[in-house]
Design a protein around this ligand. Structure first.
Ligand code: ADP
Ligand code: MG
Length: 261
């Protein structure tokens, strides 16, 4: 794996409107930069199945899933426990691979990649938000948000400025020096959202992002998602809360590893 300092600087999400996406992508990427898909779906699952175990213990966690996430979409995945939501998120998040079928992320067929290339694609194209925030407790909000840029090889001064802007964007400009335990749950999740978008991912993946929050702080986080989606960020979240699903542009339901509409 290349040393972080030797990696090319990654892009930062700056556009205020989705119509800015194309021009800023063109500005930020020189001819030697990675090809960036600015058209076509962000994610495509094509007849994806995932099988665990074999024989008597065989579980068909996903069964022939076809799902397309368009650029700028805001999709909620719902379904009962055991219906395959996490398995689907793990595949969409490049943390696991399908048993059969194909997955394209920003136009790249993941089955064509080895594990290192898959991890690189994941770091480049995806931002993650989890139920339990997963912030580092001993460092400030600002330092937490700066972390992904270290791996992306962004110079130190730029890291600090971009992290400050990202925290401002999620309404935490006056909290940048606070450690996670000095912040409410909703504020911590907003820090996690700022961290997730800092490298300008093609898609934000959130697994039960409001699962640990009360209804007021849930609203804080949902308002940020509305705002980010309004600015062109593609969001895919898993939830079992109807009020959260209702905020998305589109909802799909999993049942026994299949899409139920
Ligand atoms: P959900 O997130 O909707 O609760 P999961 O995707 O976690 O559902 O699980 C779907 C099915 O796959 C369940 O029957 C679960 O028990 C099974 N499963 C998930 N992960 C594994 C695994 N690593 N090994 C065996 N079975 C698994
Ligand atoms: Mg799950």
């Amino acid at each position: 794996m290349a040393h972080p300092d030797s990696l090319p600087a990654r892009r930062w999400f700056a556009p205020r409107r989705s119509s800015d996406l194309l021009s800023s992508a063109t500005q930020l990427f020189g001819p030697e930069a990675k090809p960036i898909a600015v058209e076509g779906p962000v994610a495509e699952l094509h007849h994806v199945s995932k099988i665990y175990g074999s024989g008597d213990t065989l579980v068909r966690a996903l069964d022939d899933i076809c799902l397309t996430v368009e650029r700028g979409d805001y999709l909620a995945v719902m379904g009962t426990s055991g219906s395959g939501k996490s398995t689907a998120m793990n595949i969409l998040g490049c943390l696991d691979r399908p048993s059969s079928g194909s997955y394209r992320l920003n136009g790249v067929p993941v089955e064509s990649l080895d594990d290192d290339a898959l991890a690189d694609l994941r770091n480049r194209e995806l931002g993650f938000v989890f139920q339990q925030f997963h912030l580092l407790p001993q460092i400030s909000a600002l330092d937490n948000v700066m972390l992904p840029m270290i791996y992306a090889g962004v110079p130190a001064e730029e890291r600090r400025e971009r992290a400050r802007q990202a925290l401002e964007r999620v309404g935490l400009a006056n909290r940048i020096d606070n450690r996670p335990n000095q912040l409410s749950g909703g504020q911590q999740q907003r820090v996690a959202v700022a961290r997730a978008i800092i490298n300008r991912p093609a898609m934000l993946l959130a697994d039960e992002p409001t699962g640990a929050l009360d209804s007021r702080t849930t609203e804080e986080v949902l308002a940020i998602f509305d705002d980010l989606n309004g600015q062109g960020i593609t969001i895919l979240l898993v939830t079992h809360e109807q009020e959260v699903g209702d905020r998305a542009r589109r909802v799909v339901h999993f049942r026994d590893g299949r899409l139920a509409g």
